[in-house]
Design a protein around this ligand. Structure first.
Ligand code: NAD
Ligand code: UDP
Length: 316
């Protein structure tokens, strides 16, 4: 198949491309390189089945493809809040143009939606039926409401234009290739500990998140795309940790002497988050396999390489 991956030079997109290329597909990576890096896809650049297009999805584009994985959108609060109007444009106009493309060429379209559609949830864990508790005019709204309208667009194109959609609600995902300075909690804590800086816990660290390793996420996205169920489906790891527990875990894994410092909690920071993955289990036969400890080791190894810090086993 010929498959378009928007946001393919980013963290999840590049891992998805690795899987699609290794399965023998023809892949077009479309990215404006805002948070994506050529480095993430450089190993495919000379491959005859791979093509990269520098393009901003807030402008239309014509391409002939069989499937579209629509991931283009900055995912970290630091980046999506840097230019919030652009984030809204990416989610609204970008998703509109990509759905238009899918409609024109009759491609199947998968939207990378997010757990942020649940906002600061009052239902725990969050099932897909929960409609969320989202602030429509706060600092996170450009992303949360942007993704909510992206889901609305996908379902309206499905109902009115027969576009074959799939909607994944992705929960916090981590792994190699995360940007070191993109402000997300796992990459921040690992980078800070390796640089001998204090770990920055926001608030008292009692807020919770559930962390899914990227290979599990890619597997879930591919299963959703190739199954019959349109969604929305939660994809995430139900293992729930407080942010303080996560800081202590990373501290123990890298440097037990590292210090933990506390900083103010950002506005509208969700107090807890845990996916109910009953649907993914029953309909897609999917559940995460990589435990947090194992996934963190792989991420830490990747960051050590970037900082040229030998891993402990190699120094002995
Ligand atoms: P990322 O920032 O690493 O990747 C996003 C990619 O989209 C980047 O390569 C970026 O350059 C590209 N992009 C951004 N705006 C664009 C535009 N206007 N035109 C073209 N390309 C553009 O983020 P990620 O973690 O890989 O997330 C991928 C998708 O998954 C996003 O849609 C995100 O909302 C969703 N998601 C991710 C998480 C997570 O924990 N990583 C959680 C929920 C949802
Ligand atoms: N967080 C933190 N220290 C950091 C970065 C994030 O304590 O250096 C917290 C943040 O306030 C939130 C959680 O970790 O409660 C997850 O943040 P992230 O930005 O990774 O994801 P999101 O809030 O979008 O789930």
């Amino acid at each position: 198949m010929r498959i378009l991956v928007t946001g393919g030079a980013g963290f999840i997109g590049s891992h998805l491309i690795d899987r699609l290329m290794s399965e023998g597909h023809e892949v077009i990576c479309l990215d404006n390189f805002y948070t994506g890096r050529k480095d993430n896809i450089k190993h495919w650049l000379d491959h005859p089945y791979f093509e990269v297009i520098r393009h901003d999805i807030t402008e239309p584009i014509r391409l002939e493809v069989d499937q579209v994985y629509h991931l283009a959108c900055p995912a970290s609060p630091v980046h999506y809040q840097f230019n919030p109007v652009k984030t809204v444009k990416t989610n609204v106009m970008g998703t509109l143009y990509m759905l238009g493309l899918a409609k024109r060429v009759k491609a199947r379209f998968l939207l990378a939606s997010t757990s942020e559609v649940y906002g600061d949830p009052e239902v725990h864990p969050q099932p897909e039926e929960y409609r969320g508790n989202v602030n429509c005019n706060g600092l996170r709204s450009c992303y949360d409401e942007g993704k909510r309208i992206a889901e609305t667009l996908a379902f309206d194109y499905h109902r009115d234009n027969g576009v074959d959609i799939r909607v994944a609600r992705i929960f916090n995902t981590y792994g190699p290739r995360m940007l070191e300075d993109d402000g997300r909690v796992v990459s921040n804590f690992v980078a800070q500990t390796l640089r001998n800086q204090p770990l920055t816990v926001y608030g008292d660290g009692s807020q919770t998140r559930s962390f899914c390793y990227v290979s599990d996420m890619v597997d879930g996205l591919i299963r959703l795309m190739n199954g019959d169920y349109i969604g929305p489906v939660n994809l995430g790891n139900p293992g729930e940790y407080t942010i303080l527990e996560l800081a202590q875990k990373i501290q123990n894994m890298i440097n037990p002497e590292a210090t933990i410092g506390f900083k103010p909690l950002p506005q509208d920071d969700p107090r807890k988050r845990q996916p109910d993955i009953t649907k993914a289990r029953e309909i897609l036969g999917w559940e995460p396999r990589v435990p947090l400890q194992e996934g963190l080791e792989l991420l830490i190894e990747d960051f050590r390489k970037r900082y040229s810090i030998p891993s402990p086993s190699k120094t002995q």
